[in-house]
Write a protein that binds this ligand. Sequence first.
Ligand code: 6A9
Length: 709
Amino acid sequence: MWLQQLEGREVLLRHTCEQSDGLPRYGWLLHDGAHFGVQEIQDVGFSLQTEVVKRPGGQHGGDWSWRVTVRPERTGPKPAFISLLFYVATDGQGTLQPLIEEKSRLASIRGQTEELGDFTVTFKPPTTEAGTPLYARYNHLQAKAEGLHRLTDVVKSSLSPRFSYAPPGLPKRHYFGVDVYQGQAGDRELRSQLLVHQVTVAVPCRVEVAFESGSVADRPDRLLAETLTRELDKHVAAFEQRFEETFGLSRKGFSGQEQHFARALLSNMLGGMGYFYGHSLVQSPYTEGPQLYPAGSLFTAVPSRSFFPRGFLWDEGFHQLLLARWDPALSQEVLAHWFDLMNVEGWIPREQILGDEALAKVPPEFVVQHSQGGNPPTFFLVLQQLLRQGAMEQDYLRRIYPRLQSWYGWYNHTQAGPLPYTFRWRGRDQDTQLFLNPKTLTSGLDDYPRASHPSEDERHLDLRCWMAVASAVMAEVATRVGEAEDDYAHMANWLADNEMLEQHHWSEALSTFADYGNHTQAVTLERERFRPPPPGQPSPFPRLVRVVRKSPRLQFVGGALGYVSLFPLLLQLLRPDSQRLGSLLADMKNEQKLWTPFGLRSLSRSSPFYLKRNTEHDPPYWRGAVWINMNYLAVRALHHYSQVEGPYREEATRLYHELRTNVIGNVLQQYLDSGYVWEQYNDSTGRGQGCYPFTGWSALVVLMMAEEY
Ligand code: 6A9
């Protein structure tokens, strides 16, 4: 945590990534996912560079050190001095013993936990970057907290302005320091023991912290000062070399700035990875209320450190497409964690909210997961990639195979459509009167328009295409582990059969691929007519409700040209000589439909749903904006169709180059302009929108730069 000591101003305590802090820029510039990381955080008037290095050894993961360097920034009011707060906290078990020096300086902590064994954490006094000691004031806090999610509050409420900072020759000034915490325990269990070391010091400065594992027997030298610098330099050089070997961006002629950007994208995904532990809350059709699942652990990347700092199923497949290239062993570990969270039915919760810290970031209405709802099985794309790389050992494949069978089986059985070889997302919005179009959160495309009236007659094109990929990969894995592959191969063949695909999903009238269902395009959202309230009740504000002007009927879903329509192309199911390929390429390239200078927009400009709100409080999401995961699939597919013989090869090649250039160019431009990579991009201006930093699937730009598909 850090604290700006601006006299007379409110207390600005920074801790976890919060969009509301409005920092100009922050993120990992370098991170290899295992041994080191370099992060830059720009605050107003100063910046923090945080560096971490790990040195393996002993039985508990070895030693690691942190270095924080604070530097003034050219712009903004510069704080004369700031406070850095370093803390150690337990989470339910373990002990911590403070060693206090000079009355108030927490010099080190001796601790012990089940996972870490015995360890010592040492806080070095602040210096200049050259190593000269600096004047500083110290505070420390020893407190108990309900859990890790409450630490910010505990520290905040213990702050007192009664301390003074008086470097030689300068006037004395007051500052906020951690003091005594008057927590009200109540009957809540206090599972965290907390020790905070606060150092208050002038900018610029540098502070180092060393974690030393008790099980490391011989330590040649401490991982501090010059040794730390030397280790960091070594890791930076190795990273740069490995990055070039893996992605070849310098070879491809990308500028220094472009390479810097790509390294930051990969590093943010790696640096944002987390280890989560806790229970999912699940509603199943077999129980009355939601049930707490057994505690489980998940090692995973996250879509966004500030806004969605937890695991999301289909996002994770996209994340691992990038990470599998960088570190295939790491990706396999992540996949294994996800597969271990499967329930007895073969279902994996879409959103993983494990532990109090994760839970603290989720509004209550989003916590319960529904065991009838899926999410695109993108892990099959990762498995396909790892198989191509030859990265998976036989033993690993054998161990995940039973889980893959269950998972595949879950989709195949529970998400079956009305006809053989068709599929339907379960869990669409029920209260159809309130939405312009009932959402389909399970598909991952949320408010993308589907049949206006959800019914059992629906067939969803995207899910069918996902199942085609899943079946093909299952057949391949089965063959590899010497199990019967016939059923999977049979499914894969039928789902890839272009004639049957057209029969189920090609609409002559709309001249595109589409969902099928009970549908009418004649719907609008309108303000409800005023109705006098019952006596004694306040008069309700009239809501927006859906008005249906023409009855729905079973038909292909019109007015919905966009990402879903492109799926047979995106997942490369169309034969290269299919006329339909030519037709989708034309829709893609049409600026009145999907083409923008920033990438493909999610929904055609000509769709009646284009940029339409779904309810009063629900702005358009997948109704026009440019999303990077789908653009990655598009670029990848265009690359594929540019490599195979066929009548559309030249057109695919042309679009491949243009789309790739547009997407890379805009995400980079927005990063330079705004300091961040974003969740989505505006289809008219290219501007980043939604949450930030979002270096989940938006980081797939690195693979587009590398032309790794
Ligand atoms: C809301 C509000 C602090 C929505 O990237 C994660 C998912 C995608 O899987 C999905 O395709 N996002 C996309 O349509 C974000 C979903 C967030 C839901 C929970 C909590 C947080 O407030």
